[in-house]
Design a protein around this ligand. Structure first.
Ligand code: PRP
Length: 215
């Protein structure tokens, strides 16, 4: 049985959709339920639904063999796991954002609100800019609106949240997408199963559909 940590929410929905198309179906998974563990012995798969920021923790400790996680979290936490494959979706950007007319006061440290403390510190270190980090856990866009920070470092996907709160992208730090990760021991012991899943993920969507049509 392959144990897979799936991030709950937008990314997890996309990931499950892709995995089910390549043969790792679990019928009961997305039914209206509060269950967090689902398995389909016929496909040799067991899914855990966890918070996106916890996927790498489950994989690192071996509670899950593999998981799918955003590159943003890998960059922030540097977990000791194998990063196997860029799924190419869940694409977004790590950005500095702020008021459209933002003018930086270089006489004092820049106040940066973010969930991504390490990423923000690293970025501004490369810019030789002193900052004061204000660590938040969500709804980061509110911080500059209330004067809590000058700017934010956050993920921008569609740009809707920024737009609807009168903010703009000021700098792009890095592109982000979903990555397949594996526990280091599980990668040895379940090498064949993990490689098979990875190879199937790489197959173009069209070929998979035509295989389904013929089966
Ligand atoms: C993320 C991110 C932004 C938003 C960006 O928040 O922190 O707030 O999505 O997406 P958009 O560009 O498509 O509007 P999330 O939805 O994870 O919620 P959070 O505020 O609780 O972190």
């Amino acid at each position: 049985m392959l144990n897979i940590a799936l991030p709950k929410g937008r990314l997890g929905d996309k990931v499950y959709d892709r995995l089910s198309r390549i043969g790792y179906t679990c019928e009961e998974l997305y039914k209206d339920s509060r269950k967090l563990i689902f398995e389909n012995p016929a496909c040799g798969v067991r899914y855990f639904l966890v918070k996106p920021s916890d996927v790498a923790i489950y994989v690192f400790h071996g509670a899950a063999d593999i998981g799918i996680v955003g590159k943003d979290i890998l960059e922030e936490e540097h977990p000791d796991v194998y990063e196997l494959y860029d799924l190419g979706f869940g694409a977004c950007r790590m950005c500095v954002a702020g008021p459209k007319d933002f003018v930086e006061d270089r006489t004092r440290p820049l106040r940066v609100a973010t969930k991504f403390e390490h990423t923000a510190k690293q970025y501004y270190l490369t810019q030789n800019r002193n900052i004061e980090v204000i660590k938040l856990n969500g709804s980061i866009e509110i911080a500059p609106l209330l004067g809590l920070s000058d700017v934010i470092v956050d993920i921008v996907e569609t740009g809707t949240t920024l737009r609807e709160n009168g903010l703009d992208v000021l700098e792009v730090i890095a592109p982000i997408s979903a990555r397949l990760i594996a526990n280091k021991a599980a990668y040895r012991f379940k090498y064949d199963e993990i490689r098979l899943l990875q190879e199937r993920l790489k197959e173009p969507e069209k070929e998979i559909k035509s295989t389904e049509e013929h089966s």
